[in-house]
Write a protein that binds this ligand. Structure first.
Ligand code: ZN
Length: 598
């Protein structure tokens, strides 16, 4: 098949012509205000329903929420694309600030609506969601109702939100200030360089061990000097969160993150239990890698050290063709979807100045399209990233037949479609590797992902649960925070770790995200959940695509336990389920050790 060359620069003008100077974009943002007002009036005029006669009024509110959210997301998505493609676009940054100010108005309106749902008599509520047109929204209406029942009164919750601006989320901003203020000097190739924390962390994959160690030591030193500032920030952020939980009568610190991810504690426990029971394989890998690097045990700063100097590259067109070929082996719909994305300018891949680092995928709900952002420089890891983001876009595409309010999936399932797509490509790359060094590098790339999800993320989870437990009894000393972190690392790496990183809690922004508590286990969940779907897909061949899309369509209307039972026939509260995905990762380790032991 012949294919024309795919564009490397995305098309944003189809949404609002003229970029951040677009009069249409400004008008769109202006038009949000009356939409908010309209929604507020509908919510204010709703009295607590006492019969099914209230169904049309509730439907009108849902329709208005849909309208507000879609318009808000469309503007937010376009602005994040504009600021990512050119970090110097001041006009876009200004509009972004204006939009987030506006967006803050929506949560009190929604909260008020949720409170009204919470006050409906159970029998009336059951009739409303079973016997009227509200049936389609049973899951989210029940979720909102339950959430409001577990919160305090509307006035108290409003007070918490108001106090949280300075007392809670500002600690997250304080963290950003503290971390961006840090500069360290590291000698790289005979030259002293002054680096930010991010830049110093990037040296973790430098080929020279002395450079990796110097960067790590410099960071540990500066975090030790400033540890009291970070400890105070973490203690107060956690203290606020715990005080709110206590007032609401919530005992477990994982209650909120579990609800956000629509999952049970048993499921997390089964997942970590299964992982822990198979850690020996990954600890072996760590020790084996240490030997390859000429050391006894793998030190923290050697995790990302390269073990080969393989540098396989594919230009953008080749990378795209590679993805299309392998998506096509899984299913026709995924291939043709990705072809549209490549052909129609959905992807920004050009390597040029002033672009933000990293990659993302964002949906444009009003246009039923997505946009993917990344910088493609030709490495296999770029091809993986591209496949990953296309996976996110495919998830959005699969959800098209579903009502927009039933498309709001959580973080743990968000990474399912992306990891799945990435896995198709990563596996194919290993299979098609043309020489052994390349194969070793690609395999290691896969294993490092497993190690990150099974060990590094586990350490974060252990640290956070233990720190929060101790924080319930008062401020935790800096010395103790370091101890909890080190213990968690040693335990999570199951004897495979040499030198620890005691100030990891200060270097990772994830512990300071106030919007989403416990920003860790959903990553591991998404990874293993998608692996088990991938295993099923391999078993069933191209016929699986339809089932896969049906699963994706249900990702925002049921708990993850129900989702797995309905579409995979699996009980994810049991370790057996998780062990199947882990077994796939163990195969990579066995193959890697065999290839590098010759
Ligand atoms: Zn992702």
């Amino acid at each position: 098949m012949t294919t024309s060359t795919f564009p490397r620069v995305w098309d944003l003008d189809v949404f609002f012509p003229g970029g951040s100077a677009s009069p249409e974009l400004k008008a769109h943002i202006e038009n949000l205000k009356p939409k908010f007002e309209g929604l507020k009036q509908l919510v204010d005029s709703l009295s607590v329903p006492t019969s099914t006669e209230a169904a049309p009024a509730i439907l009108a509110i849902l329709d208005s929420i849909k309208d507000v959210l879609m318009n808000l997301s469309q503007a937010g998505a376009v602005l994040s694309c504009l600021t990512a493609q050119d970090t110097t676009d001041r006009e876009a940054l200004l509009l972004q600030g204006q939009l987030s100010g506006l967006a803050a108005n929506i949560s009190p309106i929604l909260e008020s609506f949720h409170q009204k749902l919470g006050k409906i008599e159970q029998a009336t509520f059951d009739e409303l969601v079973n016997d009227t047109d509200l049936n389609e929204f049973q899951f989210i209406l029940t979720e909102w109702r339950e959430q409001s029942k577990e919160s305090l009164s509307e006035e108290e919750e409003a007070l918490i939100s108001a106090l949280g601006v300075d007392g809670y989320s500002s600690w997250g901003q304080m963290y950003s200030m503290l971390i961006s203020d840090i500069k360290v000097d590291v000698v790289v190739d005979g030259e002293t360089k002054t680096l930010s924390v991010g830049q110093a962390n990037n040296l973790a994959s430098h080929k020279d061990r002395a450079v990796r160690k110097a960067a790590f030591d410099a960071l540990e030193t500066v975090f030790t000097e400033r540890e009291e500032f970070f400890a105070k920030t973490l203690n107060h952020l956690a203290g606020f969160r715990l005080a709110v939980y206590k007032k609401r009568g919530w005992e477990s610190v994982t209650k909120e993150p579990l609800e956000i991810n629509r999952m049970k504690q048993e499921t997390i426990d089964a997942m970590w239990g299964a992982i822990t029971s198979r850690k020996a394989t990954f600890a072996n890998y760590l020790t084996h890698k240490a030997k390859l690097l000429g050391t006894e045990k793998l030190d923290w700063f050697d995790f990302d050290a390269p073990v080969t100097d393989s540098t396989a590259t594919l230009d953008y067109q080749q990378g795209a063709e590679f993805i299309l070929k392998h998506f096509g082996r899984f299913g026709k719909e995924m291939e043709s979807f990705a072809r549209t994305a490549f052909e129609d300018g959905w992807i920004e891949a050009e390597d040029r100045d002033n672009k933000r680092p990293g990659g993302f995928c964002t949906g444009m709900p009003l246009s039923e399209q997505s946009r993917i952002f990344m910088t493609y420089s030709g490495s296999m890891s770029n091809v993986s990233t591209l496949a990953h983001e296309l996976g996110h876009a495919f998830h959005t595409y699969a959800l098209r037949p579903v009502h927009p309010l039933n498309r709001r999936y959580a973080m743990n399932v968000a990474e399912t479609a992306s990891t799945f797509a990435e896995m198709i490509v990563a596996d194919a790359a290993v299979e098609e590797a043309t020489n052994e060094q390349e194969k070793i590098a690609l395999l290691e790339d896969k294993i490092q992902r497993s190690v990150a999800f099974f060990m590094n993320i586990h350490a974060r989870y252990l640290f956070e649960t233990r720190f929060y437990e101790e924080r319930k009894n008062g401020v935790v000393s800096t010395k103790r925070i370091n101890e909890i972190m080190e213990q968690a690392q040693v335990e999570a790496h199951a004897g495979g770790l040499g030198e620890t990183h005691p100030h990891f809690w200060a270097s990772k922004m994830h512990f300071y995200i106030t919007g989403v508590p416990f920003y860790n286990f959903p990553y591991t969940f998404g990874y293993l959940f998608s692996l088990s779907i991938y295993a099923k897909a391999k078993e069933e061949g191209t016929g699986f695509e339809e089932k896969y899309m049906a699963l994706l369509r249900d990702t925002a209307v049921m708990t993850v336990e129900d989702l797995a039972m309905k579409h995979l026939g699996e009980d994810i509260t049991k370790e057996d389920f998780w062990l199947k995905g882990i077994a796939l990762c163990e195969k990579d380790v066995v193959e890697f050790i065999a290839l590098t032991s010759k």
